[in-house]
Each structure stands twice: as C-alpha cells, then as structure tokens.
Design a protein around this ligand. Structure first.
Ligand code: AMP
Ligand code: SF4
Length: 481
C-alpha cells in the first residue's frame, strides 16, 4: 500500500493528454460515445473507456491501448443506455496502468458517478494530501479522483451544487465531465486552457467533446465552446449553464496555443477557428520572418503539412511531399529512452529521394522540443541527396515545460532552454535554423488570450513552489535570441 507521500509524488509527475466525449439523451448513446472517442484517438493512445448510463446504473468498459483494441469485445456488448461518457488517455510511460484508465466509476451519496478529464491540476498533490489527511483513500493517481473525493466530502444536497463548491478548488488546466443518473456535467477551467465544446445531435441528445472533430464523426452540430469557468448541467429537464467563478474574479482567457500549433486535429475548430487554417497562417508568418534561399518546401507529416504549405505559398516556392510517414507505427514522442526515440523517428518517417535530391530544402516542423525529430530528419534528407537543409519551426522556442496537461518532457531536456540557437543548429545538423516569434504566433492565431507559457510567455496559473524549484537547476541561461 503506498504511503500518502508516495501517492503525492506520483500525482505530481502525472501529465494527462486526454480526450473526453459525453452525450445525454440519445437512444444510441454508447455507440455515439464509441465513435466520438475514436475520433479523439490522437489525444491519447494508452487507454480508452466508455461509461454507459442505463436506468440509473452506470457500467464502465475500459482497457489498455487504442479505442479499437481497448473496447474490442465491448463494442458488441455495449449496454444500451441514453447517456454515455468516453475517454482516451495518454500519460508518461511510468504511470501506464488500468487503475488510471478513465472514466473512473465511484459510488457516492449522489449515486454512481463516472468521471473523465483532460488536463493537469497544479495543486493536485496538495489537495490529495489534504483529502488523505481527512480520511479519503485514493486508488490511482488520476486528477479525476481528486474531484470525486471533493464531491464526496461536500455537504451540498445536489450534485450540481457540490460541483459549484468543488470546482473552484481546482487549479490548473482542465476539462471535466461527470456522468450520473441526475445528468451529464461538463466543466472547463477558469482560464479555458484546455478545450471543450458543446453540440447537439439532430437525432437527439446534447454532446460535449474535447474537439469538434468528434462532432463530425457523430453527426453533431456545434453550438459553442464551453466558456472558461463554466459548468454545464445536461439532464432530461433541460440544460443549465452556471459559472463557478465570480464575475469579478474571472481571469484572462488563456487557451493552450499548443493545441493550435500541434495537438488538435486539423479538421477541428478551436474557438470557432479552423486549426488547419491557423497552421497555414503560422507557416505564412514564418516565411515572412525567416525566408530561405531554397528550391522546395517540405513539411513533417502529418501535423506540419499545413504550416509547410503556408510557408511555400508566402515564399513563392514549390511545396512537395519530401517525407512520408509509416502510418502503422505508434507515437514516438514519449518512448522512454533517447536511443529508442531516435530509432523510432527513423522507422516512422522516410525521405522521398526524387523530391529532395540535389535540392536546397526548407524543412518545416510545427515545433521543436528536444530536437530529436529535427536531428533525424535533417540526416534523412541529406542521405536522400538534399544539397542544403534549412530548418524552420512554425512556433517559438519551446523553453518551459507545460504544467497544464501537455506532456513535453522536463525542463532539462528542452533544447531551446539548454542551447543557443547556433548550438542547436549545429546539433540538428541544419544549414540554417529559425523559429517563429511570439509576435508571429500571436498574429497567426488571430484572436486574443492564448496560453504561451511553454514559449516563455509566463504561466497563467501560478505554479506551486515545488514545481518551480524542480525546474530551476536545469536552467542554463543560453537563451535563443
Ligand atoms: P522533438 O523531437 O522532441 O523535438 O519533438 C518535436 C516533434 O514532436 C515535432 O515533430 C512535433 O510535431 C512532435 N511533438 C511536439 N510535441 C509533442 C507532444 N506533446 N506529443 C507528441 N509529439 C509531439
Ligand atoms: Fe499549452 Fe504550452 Fe500553455 Fe501547456 S504551457 S497549456 S502546452 S500553451
């Protein structure tokens, strides 16, 4: 049995890159949740689950792996129900276990509750310690359990009031969904760091999802984004919209810009704005800020292709598919060791000799975190005969780790934090290297109020002292200018 301290430190390390999908009031809710969750697969490949509500009882189906693997048997036996909640999860390798797979099912005095979330609470360790000291027993390390225990401790008579009381205690970036016999509840953090959208299925039912791409797959009509600090309660009696932050306490909006840069699917709309078009715009800006004498522009498939297209258009250069991706290989980003990461990049991508041989190539990637991908790709292009490789990154230098739910490794591994621009250029082996500026990112994304903390713009939600202390020793102040 782990001690409170052990549990706390695990929770502190936990990062949740996840997707949630909830539906209330549909005859085929479970099936809709299956397809909705399936279309959010890019947000998490470690585990998947669906909770189905049927006549006051909740059944949870979950397993490890992709939606099609984790719910392979269950799709045939998914119980009918009129409401369901789906989840995909991704975390760093150490915490990979079914205990943390979501939705979590808890028996409370409000009846059975299924909880699912996306994001990371910066005060989870502190809340866990407080809750454990007053008798709460935790089973896993997920932030959803923290909310479940806060709800269980509330003295409010109704779940909606218990949520309004508990949600303000959570600090960080989060999108929570709770399914209960009373209704489906969805809440977004006060800064709106993590995305959450609201829709209506014409065939019946109200839907919430991390991204609008899940609406397209489930024939759902987008109504609006859930507001920062908003709690939505959906039930057979109708839908109630509540704010869990006081009018005078509303913080500035800070939607994760990395969703627009890399994480969200290109066919999703973030805040009503097409992710694909935003990425193309970032590429255009990059071309204006960092031109290169070149013959062809190549993007890193798939996430960087829109930015590469934008770069080529603005630079008046041909865009071509100089790199191809093996679609059947798992994600490489968070494999445990550097050697594994390097060889998986090589397995995942290959260069097309006919496109790059003898050419001066502009290689556009959406982001550079550790530099592993860039180093391998520059080498691949050179091996395929590229004469020059000019690396262009369609986002600013990634200097500070994310504490709000996107896993981008520890401070000491962040290349832009530990190396000068010239040292990094040499390290990736490019003829030139340039990033988009913060101003370029802001202008490319258009609207106001983005979190850009990982790009050195400051954390919108203050971090606990422990997190700041943990990072400080890694800083070697050779910042990129
Ligand atoms: P790195 O190889 O560490 O420099 O990571 C940058 C590459 O990984 C880019 O090609 C990105 O498209 C991709 N990437 C960036 N952030 C993430 C993330 N959180 N999860 C998975 N891939 C990522
Ligand atoms: Fe997104 Fe970066 Fe902010 Fe994290 S720090 S929420 S990755 S913009």
């Amino acid at each position: 049995m782990p001690t409170v301290k052990e549990v706390t430190s695990l929770a502190g390390e936990l990062h949740e890159e996840c997707g949630v999908f909830g539906i209330w009031g549909h005859m085929e809710a479970a099936l809709k949740a299956y397809w909705g969750t399936f279309s959010l697969q890019h947000r998490g490949q470690e585990s998947a689950g669906i909770a189905v509500l049927d006549r006051g009882e909740i059944t949870v189906h979950k397993g490890m792996g992709l939606v099609t693997e984790a719910l392979k048997v269950e799709i045939e036996v998914l119980r009918p129900g009129h409401a369901a909640l789906g989840h995909v999860r991704y975390s760093t390798s150490g915490e990979s276990s079914l205990v943390n797979a979501q939705p979590l099912l808890m028996r409370t005095r409000f009846g059975p509750l299924a909880l699912a979330h996306n994001g990371n609470l910066v005060n989870a360790p502190q809340l866990r310690e407080e809750l454990a000291a007053s008798g709460s027993i935790f089973q896993g390390t997920s932030d959803s359990e923290v909310l479940a225990h806060l709800l269980a401790k509330s003295t409010e008579a109704h779940l909606i009031d218990a949520l309004v009381e508990s949600l303000p205690k959570l600090k960080g970036g989060f999108a929570f969904a709770v399914l209960s016999p009373e209704g489906l509840f969805a809440a977004r953090d006060p800064h709106g760091i993590r995305p959450l959208v609201l829709g209506r299925a014409p065939s019946g039912g109200i839907v919430i999802a991390s991204e609008t791409c899940a609406f397209d797959t489930t024939q759902t009509e987008w109504l609006r984004d859930v507001e920062p600090g908003e709690l939505i309660a959906i039930s057979d009696q109708g839908t109630i919209f509540k704010s869990f932050v006081g009018e005078n306490e509303k913080p500035k909006r800070a939607l994760c810009s990395f969703e627009a840069v890399y994480f969200a699917r290109p066919d999703s709309q973030i805040d009503g704005q097409s992710t694909h078009l935003s990425r193309r715009q970032l590429g255009r800006r990059l071309a204006l800020e960092a031109p290169a004498e070149a013959d062809v522009v190549v993007g890193v498939p798939d996430s960087s292709l829109p930015a590469a297209m934008g770069y080529a258009q603005a630079a008046n250069l041909p865009f071509d598919f100089g790199l191809v991706k093996n679609r059947y290989i798992a994600r490489t980003f968070i494999t445990p060791t550097q050697t594994e990461r390097e060889s998986s990049v090589q397995l995942k991508l290959s260069a097309v000799r006919e496109v790059v041989a003898g050419k001066r190539v502009v290689l556009v990637d959406d982001s550079l975190v550790r530099g592993t991908t860039s180093r391998r790709l520059v080498l691949l292009l050179r091996q395929a005969g590229a004469k020059e490789v000019h690396m262009r990154i369609a986002s600013p230098p990634y200097r500070d780790p994310c504490h709000y739910g996107i896993d981008t490794s520890r401070a000491g591994e962040l290349a832009a934090r530990t190396m000068t621009l010239e040292a990094l250029r040499v390290s990736v082996g490019a003829d030139s290297l340039a990033y988009l500026s913060i101003e370029g990112l802001e202008a490319g994304l258009g609207s106001q109020g983005w979190c850009m903390a990982c790009f050195g713009a400051g954390y919108p939600v203050p971090l606990p002292v422990s997190a700041v202390e943990e990072e400080t020793p890694d800083v070697q102040t050779s910042h990129i200018s």
